[in-house]
Design a binder for this molecule. Structure first.
Ligand code: NAP
Ligand code: ZN
Ligand code: ZN
Length: 347
């Protein structure tokens, strides 16, 4: 076993505190990564606070991981010692179902192995995440990082970045398409940057009026603060694609009404409570309500390469680990510009 140190919640809702634990003994196809930075995703908070149901404790959260390869197993061929790499929201899957074979391992029919708050495929070992110094991961679930990007600003791409990139590609955001992003948080701000880079016209809906200038600087053409009934009326039948990244419940009927014929509203934020949607608003313009979850390993690499080519990274506030609890409280209050990233060298 490999001893390491991280930051964990020992019980549901507990404060995050230093925690010594062991990683699995590296296997022949594994790479051992010394973590440099880990982003703070709102999903870390939902899971420690059991907002999605019961979780496994102690929990070391963190699934936006970048770091340096410090050793490789004898059968691992894709990476070399010293290389800068990333790990996202899952670290394994069954590798043989039709979805795994199609490169969408996040939808593995047997269930993906989450980077934390789940069991590894042996059904016994609890997976622990990136708020820690070292992680051991099978090489097939590790990606390379473009050398031209600032590493601290890359960490959030491993979840926030791919989670917006994937639906923008799937629903073909591009020139001539009008895309709305709901919520300018960690996920939302990456959505604005990617949608703009793909050539779409971007509108941001936010409940934080002070984010207006930032939204335009990131590439949005329009910014709607605290949308009113007038706004929903003015923008009725206007958008091809709406990506909802908001971490709390919204009145979806208002937003669905802004989709044009065959437009799609994609649920990405995961507040926990069920949504209620009247059928009429979907029937009206043959609208679609869909969901999307992160992206597969191949698409993760494609998103990183695209980010390298277009010089896209996250706007981050780098923090020391003793600030994690404050950072979480600030994230819940939407007081983050636009992602907290932990400097793991200080763990
Ligand atoms: P975040 O940084 O906290 O951003 C959420 C944004 O939602 C906030 O910045 C805020 O934007 C808006 N918001 C928050 N409270 C609100 C309120 N009371 N009323 C209206 N708007 C509010 O969170 P995140 O890390 O981007 O994650 C967003 C959600 O996506 C979370 O539920 C997370 O679990 C989920 N998620 C899903 C996936 C997936 O694969 N589908 C992956 C990662 C995360 P404004 O200030 O602009 O209004
Ligand atoms: Zn996440
Ligand atoms: Zn599978």
């Amino acid at each position: 076993m490999l001893k390491t140190r991280g930051y964990a919640a020992l019980t549901a809702g507990a404060q995050i505190a230093p925690f010594d634990f062991e990683r699995r003994e590296p296997r022949s196809e594994d790479v051992v990564i010394e973590i440099t930075y880990a982003g703070i995703c709102h999903s870390d908070i939902h899971q420690v606070r059991e907002e999605w149901g019961s979780s496994l404790f102690p929990m070391v959260p963190g699934h936006e991981i970048v770091g340096k390869v410090i050793s490789i197993g004898e059968k691992a061929k894709k990476f070399s010692v010293g290389q800068i790499v990333g790990v996202g929201v899952f670290v394994d899957s069954c590798r043989k179902c039709e979805n795994c074979l199609a490169g969408v391992e996040q939808y593995c029919l047997e269930g993906m192995t989450g980077t934390y708050n789940g069991l590894e495929r042996d059904g016994v070992t609890v997976a622990q995440g990136g708020y820690s110094k070292v992680i051991v991961v099978a090489e097939d679930y590790v990606v390379t990082i473009p050398a031209n990007l600032e590493l601290a600003n890359v960490a959030p791409l491993l979840c926030a970045g791919i989670t917006l990139y994937s639906p923008l590609r799937h629903w073909e955001a591009g020139p001539g398409k009008k895309v709305a992003i709901l919520g300018l948080g960690g996920l939302g701000h990456m959505g604005v940057k990617y949608a703009k880079a793909m050539g779409a016209e971007v509108t941001v809906f936010s409940h934080s009026p002070e984010k207006h200038e930032d939204a335009l600087a990131m590439g949005a053409t329009h910014f709607v603060a605290k949308a009113s009934k007038e706004d929903f009326k003015r923008l009725a039948k206007n958008f091809d694609l709406i990506l909802n990244t908001v971490s709390v419940d919204l009145n979806l009927e208002d937003y669905l009404g802004m989709l044009k014929l065959d437009g799609t509203l994609v649920l990405i934020g995961l507040p926990g409570a069920p949504y209620s949607v009247p059928a009429g608003v979907l029937l009206g313009q043959r609208r679609r309500l869909a969901g999307s979850m992160i992206g597969g390993v191949r698409e993760l690499q494609e998103m990183l390469d695209f980010s390298g080519e277009h010089n896209i990274t996250s706007d981050v506030e780098v923090i020391a680990p003793d600030y994690i609890n404050t950072a979480w409280d600030r994230t819940v209050k939407s007081d983050v510009k636009y992602r907290f990233v932990i400097d793991i060298s200080k763990v």
